[in-house]
Write a new protein. Structure first.
Length: 66
């Protein structure tokens, strides 16, 4: 697999984590009423957002491939 294709799949994983975090935040804020479940879901969502953001930042800042 070429480095360009590998970076593409890595960026898709980062975007997927961000999409998962959007749905998790929605669930934790509007659907769950139990405080513990809300907290765990929100923590999971923010961790996904941070990891996804770091992955996308890595892909963007690493520059073009040859």
């Amino acid at each position: 697999m070429s480095p360009s294709m590998l970076k593409m799949w890595i960026s898709f994983a980062g975007m997927g984590l961000m999409i998962i975090s959007i749905f998790s935040i929605y669930l934790s804020r509007y659907k769950f009423t139990n405080g513990i479940i809300k907290g765990v879901t929100a923590l999971f969502a923010y961790l996904c957002m941070i990891v996804g953001g770091l992955i996308v930042a890595y892909v963007v800042l690493s520059g073009p491939t040859r």
